[in-house]
Design a protein around this ligand. Structure first.
Ligand SMILES: [Fe+2]
Length: 446
């Protein structure tokens, strides 16, 4: 009897399209007038349409997918255009002529500009997500931890999730071939525990070494072009670098701009000398000239209350011996001089990679201090600074060190000219582990 029921269930699942969907749907960028929806299909699928309507209305609009299907991996994206702001839409799929059971909804951004105050909102962020695959993993204790953190995140009422790099981990079996790289992105993305989060809110991402290539990978990685193509296929950001190079871009929400940096594509080797004859080595760069030029102009143009520079590695932690921006002193000095000279207000850094979370303060002479909010790890192993020379770090805001799996909720609220940004580091179960807040007036050039 049990076997009969199981067979019946399998048949129902097959009929309803679940067996044709490998992963997703995932919400990509959702704007005022358009929305992106990502989904990965099995090789057997021959056609797919996205149907959508305004919630409460009866007439479905249909958007057929015109690209190629039937490959080994079929991650595809729909862009729905001509939507109305601040409106909820429902969507579903028609796969090979049959309505799939998978449905979802999204709400476009509100057109608040010139009409009302910037809305209060929160978003989620985190880095370092490792999914175990024992046959290919290192022996010993599994590196991947409790993935139910994604179920907790899916229940949050947040505007979006920002993935801060090491979003999956390429390993030895993957990073010598393009097919290996794609296999890893595909396998991690298809984990059942991740699906509710993918569907619950829009997702944006930057990469760090592990979802770009090997550990500590740099510009010399020979499959960087292939890696970039895979990143583009598995995320749904507004754009990916410039001149077919890099993955940096920017997203905005309410009065916050997030400058999403690429710390790998142009990166010099970590091994390159940091200084020559006591002076910063000008040949050693992390973001590179093209990206730095873009960042400076984007910061100057931004009118946002809070300008968040998101990048894989820590930026301001002088005590760290891990990868960080200060190991690239020419760029570190260049950025800090630029921020000071141009009086750029509201700057904060968002970083990952470290396998612990903390907030680092960096004092500057004659202007407001900078802060680096480090968020890590989502599911990969914890790396404790407790018991190391970094434990007593005078730059760390007391009470912000978190050395267990965690994600962050960042909330922006309050009236104009008094906007507050609150950071909460949250456990696998969503319990608050640490928090820190700052007012926009504490990030102003005197
Ligand atoms: Fe990393």
């Amino acid at each position: 009897m049990k076997i009969l029921l199981l067979c019946l269930f399998c048949l129902l699942v097959k009929l309803n399209g679940f067996s044709q969907i490998v992963a997703g749907p995932m919400l990509g960028q959702v704007e005022l007038r358009d929305a992106r929806i990502w989904i990965e299909l099995t090789p057997a699928v021959k056609s797919i349409q996205l149907a959508y309507l305004k919630k409460g209305q009866a007439k479905w609009n249909s958007l057929p997918y015109k690209g190629v299907l039937g490959g080994t991996y079929n991650p595809i994206q729909f862009i729905i255009a001509n939507l109305e702001p601040n409106t909820t839409y429902q969507y579903r799929f028609v796969i090979d002529g049959k309505a799939a059971r998978q449905t979802g909804e999204f709400t476009t951004k509100d057109l608040w500009q010139w009409r009302k105050p910037a809305p209060d909102f929160s978003f989620l962020t985190g880095s370092c997500s490792y999914v175990n695959e024992p046959v290919y993993d290192r022996h010993g204790k599994p590196y991947g931890g409790d993935s139910s953190i994604f179920e907790t995140m899916a229940k949050e009422k947040a505007a979006f999730t920002l993935w801060l790099g090491d979003n999956w981990y390429y390993r030895e079996v993957d990073f010598y071939s393009a097919s290996g790289l794609q296999y890893r992105a595909h396998r991690d993305r298809s984990q059942p525990v991740l699906q509710p989060l993918l569907k619950a809110m829009p997702h944006y991402a930057i990469w760090d070494d592990h979802d770009y290539g090997p550990n500590d990978a740099d510009k010399s990685f020979v499959l960087k072009k292939e890696s970039r193509e895979i990143f583009k296929k598995y995320w749904s950001n507004p754009s990916y670098g410039e001149n077919e190079e890099g993955i940096y871009t920017m997203v905005s929400y309410a009065d916050v701009d997030i400058f999403m940096m690429d710390d790998r594509w142009f990166r010099s080797s970590n091994e390159m000398e940091t200084t020559i004859d006591g002076k910063p080595n000008g040949a050693k760069s992390m973001w590179g000239a093209q990206e730095m030029e873009w960042l400076k102009n984007a910061l100057l143009t931004s009118k946002a209350t809070f300008k968040l520079i998101a990048t894989g590695n820590q930026t301001l932690n002088l005590k760290s011996s891990s990868e960080s921006l200060q190991d690239y002193p020419t760029e570190f000095n260049e950025l800090l001089s630029f921020l000071h000279l141009e009086k750029i207000n509201g700057v904060l850094f968002l970083t990952g990679d470290r396998h612990h979370s903390e907030v680092i303060k960096y004092n500057r002479a004659g202007t407001y201090p900078l802060y680096d909010i480090t968020n890590s790890p989502l599911t990969s192993g914890v790396s404790k600074v407790t018991g190391t020379k970094e434990e007593a770090n005078p730059a760390r805001i007391p009470g912000t060190l978190v050395e267990v799996q965690n994600y962050s909720r960042i909330s922006v609220s309050g009236p104009a000219k008094q906007r507050q940004l609150k950071v909460e580091f949250l456990s696998v179960k969503g319990e608050r582990l640490a928090s820190w807040s700052i007012n926009e007036n504490d990030l102003k050039t005197p």
